[in-house]
Design a protein around this ligand. Structure first.
Ligand code: NAD
Ligand code: DAU
Length: 351
């Protein structure tokens, strides 16, 4: 048995692949285009592991996907590959439409063709697991209950609109063709291998470099944070036991305002790597807000807990400490990802 993973060299995908082999010997075929966000260094510990087959390629390449499905005969496809950064989607939405919508469509069509060749047990057991986001539900007001699976879709950014479109395609391929799909909609992840364009790793690497810590708007926007390996465990639970055609929200019950996240990172760095120049919070700088910035996300994760017994293992306090420690211990990874292209992005977004 084998699973096919897309986007397994990115932040969550690489954590998922690394975690998979802690609990299973089932091989993983990992298809990733290695965009700026994909990094084989994340998977360096698997370099000589025969259970991991890495293929560099594009999820929009139908011939390649057909060939991978025919060759490896996976029992499941777990789809992480995406353009994932909201700010980049505001600067250039085209890549998001292509990868997130056309790429998902291409995978669905290839999976449908492959699945139709299966019979009996293999056909019944096949799964297409679509990894999605809570951002498809839009923005909550302070007194609104957290997002449930029944919330209407109200995406507000080009990124979330493209993910919403992909969720709808997945739903339609189940209802129209009977493709055995499950979808998970998760809140903000953090942890090792998080690309330093996103809030938490950006704050850590900027603080260590003595650079400003750019907080958008008033810093009171709220996100619901989940340690990445808890997300991976939730995906494994849904892949194993999720009901076909259902969606499952995954979240850590950890609503935090951005400014509080930044202050927590600063306090941990003050403790673990004190700066003789003074507390890291001196670097906090309020900058122009993100256009269309969603004010609050929060996940109601009771369905996955009730049906599948999943619960996060990490609290925010344990997860954020592990994360800061990981970045302090992995300065080489950080400097490797801060390539010329990364520096160009930072200049475009923050100068
Ligand atoms: P990421 O940007 O770190 O990684 C994306 C990966 O996809 C990269 O390895 C990249 O090379 C690959 N990729 C991009 N375009 C591709 C293409 N056309 N063909 C093949 N591979 C391609 O993203 P992430 O944060 O790891 O997110 C993974 C998935 O989880 C995404 O679908 C995202 O929408 C979803 N998600 C992310 C979060 C989060 O907080 N990061 C939360 C909920 C859901
Ligand atoms: O909710 C799940 C989503 O979480 C995922 O679907 C996305 O792929 C992922 O990128 C993330 O989106 P966000 O926009 O919430 O994450 P980001 O880390 O970019 O920003 C988190 C919050 O911090 C957001 O309110 C914007 C703010 N922010 C971000 C950056 C990069 C700042 O204030 N300053 C910054 O420099």
């Amino acid at each position: 048995m084998t699973i096919l993973v897309t986007g397994g060299a990115g932040f969550i995908g690489s954590n998922f692949v690394l975690d998979w082999f802690k609990t299973s010997d089932e091989p993983v075929v990992n298809l990733d285009a290695l965009t700026y966000a994909g990094n084989l260094a994340n998977l360096a510990s698997l370099a000589k592991d025969p259970r991991h087959v890495f293929v560099q390629g594009d999820i929009c390449d139908r011939a390649l996907i057909d060939q991978l499905l025919a060759t490896h005969q996976p029992r499941a496809l777990v789809h992480f590959a995406a353009e994932s950064h909201v700010d980049r989607s505001i600067h250039g939405p085209g890549a998001f439409m292509r990868t997130n919508i056309e790429g998902t469509f291409t995978l669905l069509e290839a999976a449908r063709a492959y699945w139709s060749t299966l019979a009996g047990e293999a056909k019944a057991a096949f799964r297409f697991h679509h990894v999605s986001t809570d951002e498809v539900y839009g923005s909550l007001k302070p007194s609104d209950p957290p997002f449930a699976e029944s919330n209407p879709y109200e995406p507000n950014s080009p990124y979330s609109a493209s993910k919403a479109a992909s969720d709808h395609l997945v739903r339609a391929w189940h209802h129209t063709y009977g493709l055995p799909v499950v979808t998970t909609n998760c809140s903000n992840n953090y942890g090792p291998f998080h690309f330093p364009e996103k809030l938490i790793p950006l704050m850590i690497v900027n603080a260590l470099a003595g650079k400003p810590l750019p907080v958008y708007g008033d810093g009171q926007q709220i996100r619901d944070w989940l340690y990445v390996t808890d997300h991976c465990a939730g995906i494994r639970a849904v892949l194993a036991g999720g009901r076909l055609g259902e969606t499952y929200n995954i979240g850590g019950w950890n609503e935090k305002a951005n400014i509080d996240i930044v202050k927590t990172v600063c306090a941990l760095l003050d403790e673990l790597r004190p700066d003789p120049a003074g507390p890291y919070s001196r670097l906090i700088t309020y900058v122009t807000d993100r256009p269309g910035h969603d004010r609050r996300y929060a996940i109601d994760a009771r369905k996955i807990e009730r049906e599948l017994g999943w619960r996060p293992a990490e609290t925010f306090d344990t997860g954020i400490r592990k994360t800061v420690e990981w970045y302090l211990a992995n300065a080489e990874w950080v400097s490797q990802v801060q390539s010329g292209a990364y520096r160009e992005w930072v200049a475009k977004q923050y100068d």
